[in-house]
Design a protein around this ligand. Structure first.
Ligand code: AMP
Ligand code: MG
Length: 402
């Protein structure tokens, strides 16, 4: 590990400096959920497209109470065939076009009808009419490039008549998991062996970040297999995440393998707890993250560094998880390293509050359970008292707007 650890903020800037959006692609709106919009979308026409009734009732010319002749019907999708003249009413359904000549709708509950005639009360112009363009005017911008497409966004795109939209490509991610001690779920544990959880964690995080997980490969702690696995990963992916083996132990081969494939190092070592032995660079046109093997360190560094890269590649805002919150428990500062503390996130009258989930060891994977945010506490001496506001990184994007 180098002596000169870089601050997390610098590490993030270096990652984002290497990251430009991938080319966009056209995607059917039905398949666009979770994608990032890559075009500005405006409405091709007024929404609603015509004056429509908000009630079941009678379309009339607004005015004093009167008895009117019923001269036709306007149903949803089947407008009336003639215009309305004073003294006349047209039966109308919710969502049906208000006939030419009419300027108000009287709800069915407020009339007495029979024998081809209807008695209506005093009516104001515009009553119970949804005006054309009341929601969106033709030509008005509705969604901007970079928007995350959730259920509301895809629904609005459908309401504008869009079948397809330009979306940022899903970045392709390859996960390489190193460690001779690792056993995947489903096989018995031998002496000294542990479960591989990073393959599952990193693939899940990449998927959540909108990426497509191209491959997951287990690599033994040996140099040659690490080199060839890295070559395969680089050929298949935009982003390669290597778990473990990136420290300076005798059986850590990732750095040497990266050098062997001609990777250019942007940094190695962050002043961050957990997450110190993190490597980042570029090789064969892909971004490579060498993430620490400890399960919490791997997830934290993925979230703080690889996720922003994936978001930026997809054309989205990489900083959408930043917020501030009140710390509800004291935190002991670490003299040389910023800390990313797994916290429960709770809403209170004065905004968001955080408190550590449990013991914070980098091997304590269950400290991630129930963690809605990482509190980012700068390096320093002493203790941060409860009540201080700190930067937090939301683990579930969209939490604050939910
Ligand atoms: P390393 O970065 O390879 O030195 O690993 C650091 C620690 O993380 C060791 O205790 C490893 O056993 C553990 N570790 C490495 N990879 C994984 C993994 N995929 N799943 C769970 N623990 C791991
Ligand atoms: Mg290892």
């Amino acid at each position: 590990m180098p002596g000169d650890l870089i601050p997390l903020a610098d590490a993030r800037s270096r990652v984002l400096a290497e990251t430009a959006p991938l080319p966009s692609e056209r995607v059917p709106v039905d398949a666009a959920l979770g994608r990032v919009l890559a075009e500005d979308v405006s409405s091709p026409h007024d929404l609603p497209p015509f004056d429509a009734s908000a009630m079941d009732g009678y379309a009339v010319v607004a005015g004093p109470a009167a008895e009117l002749a019923i001269v036709g019907e306007s149903r949803a999708g089947r407008p009336a065939e003639r215009r309305l003249a004073p003294g006349e009413a047209i039966r109308i359904s919710t969502g049906a076009q208000v006939p030419a000549g009419a300027d108000a709708v009287v709800p069915v509950e407020r009339v007495a009808a029979g024998d081809g005639r209807v008695e209506v009360p005093d009516t104001e112009p515009g009553a119970n009419v949804r005006r054309a363009g009341e929601d969106v005017r033709g030509g008005e911008p509705v969604l901007g490039a970079g928007s995350d497409l959730g259920p509301a966004e895809v629904a609005v795109l459908a309401s504008l008549g869009r079948e397809q939209v330009a979306c940022g490509a899903r970045p392709r991610v390859a996960v390489l998991v190193t460690g001779d001690e690792l056993v995947p779920p489903g096989r018995p544990l031998g002496p000294g062996q542990i479960r591989d959880s990073n393959a599952t964690a990193l693939a899940a995080q990449a998927t959540r970040a909108g990426a497509h997980v191209e491959s997951i490969e287990h690599v033994p702690d040996e140099r040659e297999p690490t080199v060839t696995a890295l070559e395969r990963a680089l050929a298949a992916a935009d982003v390669v995440c290597v778990s473990g083996g990136v420290s300076v132990g005798e059986h850590d081969h990732v750095k040497a393998a990266l050098a062997a494939v001609g990777a250019e190092e942007a940094f190695w070592g962050i002043a961050l707890k957990p997450g110190k032995p993190t490597w980042f660079g570029r090789a064969a046109g892909a971004l490579v993250f060498g993430l620490p093997g400890n399960p919490v360190s791997a997830m934290v560094t993925f979230h703080l560094l690889a996720r922003p890269a994936l978001r930026a590649l997809a054309g989205a805002d990489p900083a959408d998880t930043r917020a501030r919150a009140v710390l509800d428990a004291p935190v002991h500062l670490s003299p040389a390293r910023e800390q990313a503390i797994r916290c429960r996130l709770e809403a209170a009258d004065d905004g968001w509050h955080v408190r550590p989930t449990k013991a914070q060891g980098s091997h304590v994977l269950t400290s991630m359970l129930g963690a809605g945010a990482l509190a980012l506490v700068p390096a320093g001496e002493g203790t941060v008292p409860p009540g201080e506001r700190v930067d937090v990184e939301l683990l579930s994007p969209g939490t604050l707007s939910a």
